[in-house]
Design a binder for this molecule. Structure first.
Ligand SMILES: Cc1ncc(COP(=O)(O)O)c(C=O)c1O
Length: 457
C-alpha cells in the first residue's frame, strides 16, 4: 500500500505547486466568461454552484457549458472539450443522442407525466428482463432512489434490519452507506452531512474481496441485504478477485441475505452490465444514470421469489405510503427516453465501439507511465478506464483510498482541462461513449504524457 511518505518521495511537491499555480492562472485568463458567470452565480446559488459537488472541479470556478453533442461540449468562452467525464456516467450515451432526442421531443409533445402507465413501460420491462435476466422491474428517478427502495424492500421481506456494504463504496446519497472502517472499526465516513443516526446502527462494513470478514458478518443472520457494486468504481476501479462473486453469492444464500448489485457505473462492462458478462445471480439489480440518455430515470429489478414476497407483504390500500415510489417515477417522458436508449443507443454494437477505445486509452496511459517510470497504474472495466497513483493494483477500498492524492489529482485534471479534455472531478476516471473517437483518446494520451513529463524534474 502506498503511504504519504512514499508519495512525497516520488514527487517534487514544490514543483507540483508551482505548476498548479501556472495552470490556475492560465485557466482564469482563458475563461473570463465562465468567471463572470460564477461571480454572478455566487449572488443566488450557495457557493456559486447549482449543486454542491460542482464546487469540486479543479480551478477556482467551474466552466459553464454553452452546448454539447456526442462526446464533445463547448463552454461559454468558446473552448471545445473532449468529454471523458460524460456527466459522471449520466451521459455515457454521448450527449443528446439522436434516437433519444427524437423520442423525448415526440413524447414531450404528447404528455410528460400522468401517474398512469404507457406501453413503453412494458417494452422497457421486457427489454430489462432480456438483458439482465430478472423477471420484475420498477422505475424511479435516480440510482440513489433505486438503491434506497431495494434496501427497504429487502428489509421488509427478510424482516431483518441491517445492510452490509464495502469500505469506500458509493451508492448515491443512501444514508446507510456512509460508513467506513477506521483502524478496523466501523465509523461514519468523513464529510457525512447531518446523518440521521450513526451508520454503525444501520450498517455493517467489510473490505471488498475479504471473504472471511463477509462470512463473519453474515453469520449473525441480522443482515437483510448486501449492497455492492460488482467491481468498485468510486474509489478508482477495484476488481473482484477470481472466485469472489461465487463466494459472495453462496454465502448470502446460505445466510438468508439478499444481494443487491448496483450496476449504475458497471453497466460500462457491456450491454448486460457486469452481471451478464460474469453470470452473476443477484436478487436485486439497480441501474440509473445513462439509462435514459441523461434524463432522470432509474430502475430496480428483482427475482420471482422476491417479487412474490413483496406482494405478500404490501396491501393495495397502503401502497402509496411506506417510503417507496415518487410522483414522477415511471413518468412517460423518462420511459420513452429509456426505450430509445436501450433500443438504439446503448446497444451491443455501441459497446463494440466503446470498449476498444477504453483499451486504447489504457495502452496510451500505460506507455506514458512506463516511459517516465512513475509509480502509477491504469486499469479498465469495459468502456471505463482510470489511473491511480500507486504501482500496485488495490484489492479493496482502503488500499485504493490510500493511493488517492487530491493535490496531484487536481493538477492532472486542470492540466487536461486547459488543453481541452474533461475528466471526472472525482478521482481519475475516463469514460467512452458511442460518439467518442480514437482521435479523442489520442488527444488525452498526448496531454497525459505532457503532464507527466512536466511533473518530473
Ligand atoms: C454505483 C453508484 N450507484 C448509485 C449512484 C447514485 O446515482 P444518482 O446520484 O444519480 O442517484 C452513483 C453515483 O455516482 C453510483 O456511482
Amino acid at each position: 500500500m502506498k503511504t504519504a511518505t512514499s508519495r512525497e518521495e516520488s514527487l517534487d511537491r514544490v514543483r507540483l505547486r508551482s505548476l498548479m499555480r501556472r495552470e490556475e492562472e492560465r485557466f482564469a485568463a482563458t475563461h473570463p466568461k465562465s468567471k463572470a458567470l460564477f461571480e454572478r452565480a455566487r449572488q443566488s446559488l450557495l457557493g456559486g454552484v447549482p449543486m454542491n459537488w460542482m464546487a469540486k472541479w479543479a480551478g477556482a470556478f467551474p466552466v459553464f457549458v454553452a452546448e454539447a453533442r456526442g462526446a464533445r461540449f463547448t463552454d461559454v468562452d468558446g473552448h471545445e472539450y473532449v468529454d471523458l467525464c460524460l456527466g459522471d456516467t449520466g451521459a455515457m450515451t454521448g450527449h443528446s443522442p439522436e434516437p433519444a432526442l427524437r423520442a423525448i421531443a415526440d413524447q414531450a409533445a404528447r404528455g410528460i407525466t400522468f401517474m398512469l402507465p404507457t406501453e413503453n413501460a412494458i417494452w422497457v420491462g421486457e427489454e430489462l428482463q432480456r438483458r439482465f435476466r430478472l423477471p420484475y422491474w420498477q422505475f424511479c428517478l435516480t440510482a440513489t432512489d433505486a438503491n434506497r427502495f431495494s434496501i427497504r424492500l429487502a428489509r421488509e421481506v427478510t424482516q431483518r434490519k441491517l445492510v452490509l456494504v464495502f469500505n469506500y463504496c458509493y451508492h448515491g446519497t443512501v444514508d446507510e452507506s456512509f460508513i467506513t472502517l477506521k483502524d478496523g472499526a466501523p465509523a461514519p465516513r468523513r464529510g457525512n452531512i447531518g446523518p440521521p443516526v450513526n451508520p454503525a446502527v444501520t450498517t455493517r462494513v467489510v473490505e471488498f474481496n475479504d471473504v472471511d470478514a463477509l462470512e463473519k458478518e453474515l453469520a449473525s443472520h441480522e443482515i437483510a441485504c448486501v449492497l455492492c457494486e460488482p467491481a468498485m468504481t468510486n474509489v478508482g476501479i477495484v476488481h473482484p478477485d477470481p472466485g469472489y462473486h461465487q463466494a459472495l453469492r453462496s454465502l448470502t444464500r446460505k445466510h438468508g441475505t439478499l444481494l443487491i448489485v448496483d450496476e449504475t457505473h458497471t453497466i460500462c462492462a457491456g450491454p448486460g452490465g457486469f452481471t451478464r458478462e460474469h453470470e452473476l445471480e443477484p436478487d436485486f439489480f439497480v441501474l440509473g444514470k445513462p439509462l435514459a440518455s441523461g434524463l432522470p430515470a432509474a430502475t430496480y429489478g428483482f427475482t420471482q421469489e422476491v417479487g412474490e414476497r413483496i406482494l405478500q407483504r404490501i396491501k393495495v390500500e397502503d401502497c402509496d405510503t411506506g417510503g417507496i415510489g415518487g410522483t414522477l417515477a415511471g413518468n412517460a417522458l423518462s420511459l420513452a427516453a429509456m426505450r430509445a436508449t436501450l433500443e438504439r443507443v446503448l446497444t451491443p454494437a455501441a459497446f463494440a465501439h466503446m470498449v476498444p477505445l477504453a483499451e486504447r486509452f489504457t495502452s496510451g496511459v500505460e506507455a506514458a507511465i512506463a516511459e517516465f517510470s512513475v509509480p502509477w497504474h491504469v486499469t479498465r472495466l469495459g468502456c471505463r478506464a482510470e489511473y491511480l497513483f500507486t504501482a500496485e493494483r488495490p484489492r479493496n477500498g482502503a488500499q485504493a483510498a490510500a493511493a488517492m492524492d487530491f493535490e496531484l489529482e487536481r493538477f492532472m485534471h486542470l492540466y487536461a482541462l486547459n488543453r481541452g479534455i474533461l475528466l471526472t472531478p472525482f478521482h481519475n476516471m475516463a469514460l467512452m461513449s458511442p460518439a467518442t473517437t480514437a482521435a479523442d483518446v489520442d488527444q488525452h494520451t498526448r496531454v497525459f504524457r505532457e503532464a507527466v513529463a512536466e511533473l518530473l524534474p
